[in-house]
Design a protein around this ligand. Structure first.
Ligand SMILES: *[C@@H]1O[C@H](CO)[C@@H](O)[C@H](O)[C@H]1NC(C)=O
Ligand SMILES: *[C@@H]1O[C@H](CO)[C@@H](O)[C@H](O)[C@H]1NC(C)=O
Ligand SMILES: *[C@@H]1O[C@H](CO)[C@@H](O)[C@H](O)[C@H]1NC(C)=O
Ligand SMILES: *[C@@H]1O[C@H](CO)[C@@H](O)[C@H](O)[C@H]1NC(C)=O
Length: 222
């Protein structure tokens, strides 16, 4: 079995979100390697979890108990997510559908040029599962699949409802995030390269957001 050793588990505390950007200010700030920044997981364009990782650290953003939260995992609707930072936002991924099937693990790459985010892409593949539990998962909008696009197949591993319910927290959402490009000072960002080793034993800082207290209203778009 592959195991991931968590270097640190940090509970992040955040205040209310007052702007549309994934940021505490209503402005986009150039990224500097080693500085703290903002990355948001947005669910159904309605809720967001805010994380404050360090630029160019390869991290995992985890939404604790997300599979148990009826605002997210609900038999009457599917949940789609995006990842955003500053003024950029990824395309959508399905997290759970009405049957309780879940795609719990994703990898995102934030591309930066001179400190400005150019885009946030999904980098997926079914390395940890076989074809029976692998499906295309990439959407331009909730319920609108992106097919034959430059975004690729979006292949992602899933678990069914039985598997998700039988092991506590096994289908909680976790998103690996890495950066690539150059920061505001022209320094290279290279942590996205770590994703190729993500399924081997290594250490990664994990940021955990506890939904009960911190899943806040998403205003208005990012
Ligand atoms: C944020 O900035 C935009 C334009 O830059 C402005 O339209 C909006 O009202 C601002 N929002 C807040 C909460 O200050
Ligand atoms: C689904 O969400 C609705 C609110 O949107 C809520 O009233 C309902 O109880 C939820 N259903 C389940 C099964 O959790
Ligand atoms: C896929 O995985 C399932 C369950 O883990 C297993 O029963 C099945 O034999 C596997 N199929 C292939 C083609 O490896
Ligand atoms: C759910 O997934 C488990 C483990 O992958 C598998 O053994 C089981 O057959 C699946 N159940 C259904 C209803 O597909």
């Amino acid at each position: 079995m592959h195991k991931i050793a968590y270097l640190a588990v940090l509970a992040q505390v955040h205040g209310a979100i007052i702007s549309g950007l994934c940021n505490d200010k209503n402005t986009s700030t150039p990224l500097v390697k080693g500085d703290q920044t903002y990355v948001c997981i947005n669910i159904n364009d309605k809720y967001r979890a805010v994380f404050t990782p360090v630029v160019d650290d390869f991290v995992q953003l985890r939404v604790y108990n997300s599979y148990k939260d009826s605002r997210i995992e609900n038999s009457s609707f599917a949940s789609y997510l995006t990842l955003s930072s500053m003024t950029s936002r990824s395309v959508y991924k399905l997290y759970t559908d009405q049957t309780g099937k879940a795609f719990p693990s994703f990898t995102a790459v934030i591309t930066v040029v001179d400190g400005l985010i150019q885009g946030i892409s999904w980098d997926d593949g079914c390395y940890l599962c076989n074809s029976t539990s692998c499906a295309s998962n990439i959407y331009s909008a909730p319920k609108v699949p992106l097919v034959n696009s430059a975004f690729g197949s979006g292949n992602t591993c899933f678990h069914n409802q039985t598997a998700c319910s039988s092991t506590e927290n096994s289908c909680d959402l976790g998103i690996f995030v890495g950066w690539t490009g150059t920061d505001y000072n022209g320094n290279y960002l290279s942590s996205a390269g770590m994703r190729v080793s993500q399924f081997q034993q290594y250490s990664v800082t994990s940021y955990v957001d506890d939904l009960k207290s911190k899943l806040s209203s998403l205003l208005p778009r990012f």
